[in-house]
Design a protein around this ligand. Structure first.
Ligand code: HMG
Ligand code: MG
Length: 301
């Protein structure tokens, strides 16, 4: 399959990136972060999550963050939702797009959402009519698609079955998450080929974490298979609090640099994205995890 000519980057830094930070990040810094991302040309910025604040205290200010950001008309600002309670709370700030999540791994489902895989699907089925009633766009994540920290290998067929169920339940797109970054290119190809037997590639996104330094290689494989939606996090922020060993998401700057080099259009400005990566890394007082950001920043010193 030819490479896509255009790719949509889904920036997950404000949610997936920040959810695991130990230090409480002030709400105004999160708002500034999202506003700066909004000026880079991105068309999707996952903003926060409406999960239980006992489970993810860092994002307990979801309501205030979402209602105070300067939303731009051409940008979608999805929020992550685990259940009907989360959806009801998100509706009070007038969200337009939500992202739901589940996994084929029973153990990961228990650790991340305190329920079985079947129960997580039942929660999704319960909230979907409410989402539809409010005309929300619904994206579905599948976690641990290339391996689970508690169960090890995951069957690509189990991923494909779950993806099919999420589409049947009403998701417009499925983001395939290598939550702990264990995937390698051939494994990625095999998983994608199995999923693509059930779901058209136009409805698939990939979501890699870079724990073992494989994310860009895996993304290249996904592009070869025609995937044209890529999740990433500026400066490689991130990790899942319920996935032992999960390091940051693939850095948005690194993905964009590769796509620019391949002549694939994204609409996102690399220098502006690098500046946002510097802003948030500066606040967190640690170097950017993006090689491209570090290289550009040292070149321009
Ligand atoms: P639970 O404790 O079983 O919930 O958690 P419960 O239904 O028994 O309720 C307990 C209390 O929490 C109640 O309050 C509820 O009202 C409240 P109380 O009566 O004790 O005062 N509650 C809520 N409050 C606010 N918002 C809500 C909510 N729901 C219940 N939405 C639950 C079950 C699903 C809520 C919990 O396990 C949870 O929030 N889990 C989310 C964990 C999480 O955010 N993980 C990271 C995101 S997933 C990820 O990062 C992977 C991804 O990036 C893809 C990839 O990388 O592969 C997506
Ligand atoms: Mg993630």
């Amino acid at each position: 399959m030819p490479f896509p000519t255009k790719v949509k980057l889904v920036e997950v830094g404000p949610r997936d990136g920040l959810q695991n930070e130990a230090m409480t990040i002030p709400t105004d810094v999160k708002i500034e972060f999202i506003n700066r991302l909004s000026a880079t040309g991105l068309s999707v910025i996952e903003t926060t999550s409406f999960v239980s604040p006992k489970w993810v205290p860092q994002l307990a200010d979801n309501h205030e963050v979402f209602s105070k950001i300067n939303q731009k008309a051409h940008i979608s600002y999805p929020v992550l939702i685990p259940n009907l309670t989360g959806l009801e709370r998100a509706l009070t700030v007038d969200v337009k797009e939500i992202a739901l999540f589940c996994t084929p791994s029973e153990k990961f489902s228990q650790r991340n959402t305190n329920c079985t895989v079947a129960e997580s699907l039942a929660r999704i089925a319960e909230l979907m009519p409410v989402a539809k009633k409010h005309n929300l766009r619904v994206r579905g994540y599948i976690s641990c698609v290339l391996g689970c920290p508690y169960e090890g290998d995951i069957s690509p067929h189990a991923v494909a079955d779950l993806a099919e169920k999420l589409i049947q339940l009403g998701c417009y797109e499925i983001s395939l998450g290598d939550t702990i970054g264990v995937g390698t290119p051939k494994k990625t190809a095999a998983m994608l080929e199995t999923v693509m037997k059930k779901i058209p590639v136009e409805k698939l996104a990939v979501h890699f974490h870079d724990t073992y330094g494989q994310a860009l290689a895996n993304i290249y494989v996904a592009l070869e298979h025609g995937v044209s939606v890529i999740d990433s996090s500026v400066s490689g922020l991130g990790g899942c609090p319920y996935a032992k060993g999960a390091s940051g998401n693939v850095a948005s700057e690194d993905v964009l640099y590769m796509l620019n080099g391949m002549g694939i259009e994204t609409g996102v400005d690399l220098e502006k994205l690098i500046a946002v990566g510097q802003f948030i890394s500066g606040f967190l007082k640690r170097p950017s995890q993006s090689k491209v950001n570090v290289a550009f920043s040292s070149r321009n010193k």
